[in-house]
Ligand binder design. Sequence first.
Ligand SMILES: [Zn+2]
Length: 259
Amino acid sequence: MPEGDAVYRAATRLRGALDGRALTRSDFRVPKHATADLTGRAVLTTLSRGKHLLTRVEGDLTIHTHLRMDGSWQVMPAGRRTAPGDQVRLILANEQWQAVGVRLGMVDLVRTGEEERVVGHLGPDLLGPDWDPDEAVRRLRAAPGRTIGEALLDQRNLAGIGTIYRAETLFLRGVWPWKQVGEIDDLNGLVSLAKRLLEANKGHAGTVTTGDRRPANQTWVYGRAGRPCRRCGTRISRGEMGAQPQERLILWCANCQPR
Ligand SMILES: [Zn+2]
């Protein structure tokens, strides 16, 4: 699932292709907006907010998209055919480029002046200009009985962390994922580390938390179930956290992250 750094990169790609250019085509392949036509309007910019993307268009319109589980934005020269079988949800094109939204989990149109209605619930964005670790900690502390693993994925607390950064951050801080928020002394250190990890990866594809970009060496615990911990040799554990049907993968070292 794309996390905050991947969404940040998608926004960068969309800005490069669309900003300041008039749309020559808009193709919404979602029932709710199937008749929408933004042709002739200039795209102002695209912003990322946590895992949400906001593409602002002339005339007080914002295209709100979310990659959800496996969506992506592909930028290619205008007119090129998309790969057969791609589940295209939205195409935005100008004379030079087209941006193709594949398997997007959400495509919506809102008034730019009303963006807060769709992203106003989000906590501070780890990669945003509004990042505020104190506010993130304040929101986390508001539910001290919650497990830290679940609280970190709740985008209302802080926006941008998915299962990879959750697992890697908790490992690096030596925190058992089921520990209660109220039992953790240095929440500020925890969220600041998560921010540093996302920052370190926002400029390139893939997630490297070890500092070693070789494919087999990029993470401490994520993707390494059953393999020896890089620090202590204990086999990495794999489980699920959260209430069904929204349980999500967690990996941890039972020795480095004790109860
Ligand atoms: Zn270990």
